[in-house]
Each structure stands twice: as structure tokens, then as C-alpha cells.
Design a protein around this ligand. Structure first.
Ligand SMILES: C[S@@+](CC[C@H](N)C(=O)[O-])C[C@H]1O[C@@H](n2cnc3c(N)ncnc32)[C@H](O)[C@@H]1O
Length: 247
């Protein structure tokens, strides 16, 4: 499949942001085009068939914009034969700390998604079939991370899916570079960061397995200098009722 198709999809996603918001368009185009996780999600149908999706730390809603552009292309009959149909969730929700990004996300998606401003440490996750957390958890400390994961588990139903992208902590130059770029980008976006709280891939996987997830780690840095890994975590078999583990 030509990468020209994906590039045109990214352009369409970026055009969902108002023309006067050149920053949002530019950012969407750069992020969606360069970060391999977005193409991977579509190409491998990771969110396909999930009726309710929650994006925690959604930023300006890049993922939702890409999925909306993908649905439109698919509906027009222009879709790679070797890709699964794109996700067509009944409900897409996003939560982010920054009011400005939440407003951007809502302006790009209109009625197709619902974004709220909130801190994941306190926000109500409601119920979801799939939860996406891309490059967000390391901004809060370990206790808060564990609590968020417990509440994520409580929000998911039987067979629920968590897509958690992390920077795999290690002594490597790649990981140091990942953190360095992260700090710069977050400062530019108006965050005041103190410490970052990374963990090694195995540590994240163990925390998820202890909550009942079956975990697969996929390297997710191709074409970048980062140390990113996507954890595809699925609840195995029948699980406790929603909310049981949220307390
Ligand atoms: C590196 S960006 C990733 C954005 C988006 N997930 C993506 O991949 O395009 C991290 C996002 O997490 C958000 N964030 C950081 N701490 C948060 C918190 N405690 N609760 C909710 N969102 C948070 C930031 O505002 C920012 O939009």
C-alpha cells in the first residue's frame, strides 16, 4: 500500500481544524504523519469494531480527527484493499488537562466526538470498550499511574482493550532523547513539568497483567529516535463487572 494514501489521509485529518488555527493544522499534520502509532492503529485494525472509545490525554484530538477522516474515505470507497475497515465507534470521548486543546479537538470533530477538560487522576472515565492512552501516564507519579490503570480496568467491559503507549525506560541514549524531546514539546505547549515517571516495558506489562490484562508489547518508534512501545492490553475472558476495580 502506497504511503501516499496515508499522507493524504493525514492532510484530510489536519484540514478538520479551522483554517485560521494554523498551529493546530500544522501540529496534526506533523504528529499524525511522523508518529508511527497512528498508521499502525489503522493498518492493523486495532480499534476496529470497538463501539465506545475513550482517549485519555487526547491533546487536540489528533486520533479522533484521523479516525473521522478515515471513515469518510472508507465511505467514499477509497480504502486500501489490504487494510481492515477503519473504526466506526458509536461514541468517541476524549479527556485532556489543557482547555485550549480540548476546545481545538471539539472544533475539529463537532458532534462526532465529545471532549472534556479534566485531570485523569480525578476524571470520571465512564464506560468504554477501548481506552487509548498515548504518551500520557508518565506525567503523573507511580501511585497515580496505578490508580488510573485500576480505574481504566474498571471502566472497561469484558474483553475490553487498552492501548497504552509508553517510553520504555532504560539507560539508553534513545530513552534520554525521548524524555528530552518530551520536556521541550510539553513546555512549548504550556505545561509546567517537574519530573517524568517512566517505567521499563516489563514493569508496565506486569502492572497490567496484575489487573487481568493479557499484554503484547510492540515497538513503536520506527523512523524516529524515540524509545516508544505500544502495549496492546486485552482483558482475558469474563471479567469482574465494570466499576468493581474502580474504587
Ligand atoms: C504528549 S501529549 C499526547 C497527546 C495525544 N495522546 C497524542 O498522542 O497526540 C500528552 C497529553 O497528555 C495531557 N495530560 C498530561 N497530564 C494529564 C493529566 N493529568 N490528565 C489529563 N491529561 C493530561 C497533556 O495535556 C497532553 O495533551
Amino acid at each position: 500500500m502506497s504511503s501516499g494514501f496515508f499522507r493524504s489521509l493525514v492532510r484530510e485529518a489536519a484540514r478538520r481544524y479551522p483554517p485560521k488555527d494554523r498551529y493546530a493544522r500544522h501540529f496534526a499534520s506533523g504528529k499524525l504523519g511522523r508518529d508511527p502509532v497512528f498508521r499502525h492503529l489503522l493498518e492493523h485494525g486495532l480499534l476496529a469494531g470497538e463501539p465506545c472509545i475513550l482517549d485519555i490525554g487526547c491533546g487536540q484530538g489528533n486520533l479522533a480527527a484521523l479516525l473521522a477522516a478515515a471513515r469518510a474515505r472508507h465511505a467514499s470507497g477509497d480504502w486500501p484493499a489490504d487494510w481492515p475497515a477503519p473504526p466506526a465507534p458509536r461514541e468517541f470521548r476524549g479527556i485532556d488537562l489543557l482547555a485550549r486543546d480540548v476546545a481545538r479537538a471539539q472544533s475539529a470533530l463537532g458532534a462526532q466526538a465529545r471532549f472534556t477538560c479534566g485531570d485523569m487522576r480525578e476524571a470520571d472515565f465512564g464506560e468504554a470498550d477501548a481506552i487509548v492512552i498515548l504518551d500520557v501516564l508518565h506525567y503523573v507519579d507511580r501511585d497515580a499511574q496505578d490508580d488510573v490503570l485500576r480505574r481504566v480496568r474498571g471502566a472497561l467491559g469484558a474483553g475490553g482493550l487498552l492501548l497504552l503507549r509508553i517510553g520504555a525506560k532504560s539507560g539508553s541514549l534513545r530513552f534520554r532523547y525521548t524524555e528530552w524531546v518530551d520536556r521541550i514539546v510539553m513546555r512549548l505547549r504550556g505545561h509546567r513539568l517537574t519530573r517524568l515517571h517512566g517505567r521499563a516495558t516489563d514493569e508496565w506489562a506486569r502492572a497490567l497483567e496484575a489487573l487481568g490484562f493479557r499484554v503484547e508489547a510492540r515497538p513503536m518508534s520506527a523512523g524516529t529516535g524515540f524509545a516508544n512501545v505500544l502495549l496492546v492490553a486485552r482483558l482475558a475472558g469474563p471479567c469482574a463487572s465494570r466499576g468493581e476495580l474502580a474504587a
